[in-house]
Design a protein around this ligand. Structure first.
Ligand SMILES: [Zn+2]
Length: 156
């Protein structure tokens, strides 16, 4: 779970506080609309740290070698990649992800989930939970052929 949220830690501790400060928020933490109203954040170093933390090159060159010998490397990589893959379609325009940062290539996604308010976020959480519960219920009834063999072997 830590590696799944790791790319956005830089957003929480750097980008949002700085943008909240320049937006004049009482509590210096930016709202989604502040990114629209203050696009100068795109040139600030805090935003570039966020781009770096979402870079597949950064993961491959800096982070993965450090964790190479760890038994949790595959799971950490899966968690990190799932975060980046989820962010790719959910950031558009100038705020699109740069998956190969510092190589400048903006992937223009299809929607801006980071601008959603509480209502759409709640709907997405409920829908995700329903899909998870349906999948789990289905998985209790349907097994892959290899899983059936494993169950047969375990009973012996
Ligand atoms: Zn992210």
């Amino acid at each position: 779970m830590g590696f799944g949220v790791l790319p956005d830690i830089t957003n929480l501790i750097l980008v949002h506080p700085y943008l909240g400060h320049i937006a004049g928020r009482t509590i210096p933490f930016a709202l989604g609309s502040d990114f629209v109203d203050f696009p100068q954040i795109l040139d600030h170093w805090t935003y570039h740290v966020w781009l770096l933390s979402h870079s597949l090159l950064f993961w491959a060159i800096v982070f993965a070698p450090l964790w190479r010998r760890s038994s949790g490397m595959k799971l950490a990589t899966l968690a990190y990649l799932s975060h980046v893959l989820a962010d790719l379609p959910s950031h558009t325009g100038a705020y699109g992800l740069e998956p190969f940062y510092p190589v400048h290539y903006i992937f223009d996604g299809w929607f801006d989930a980071w601008l959603w308010g509480p209502g759409p976020i709640a709907v997405s959480v409920v829908l995700t939970t329903v899909v998870f519960l349906l999948t789990r219920a289905l998985r209790q009834r349907v097994l892959w052929p290899s899983e059936r063999q494993d169950k047969t072997l375990n009973r012996a």
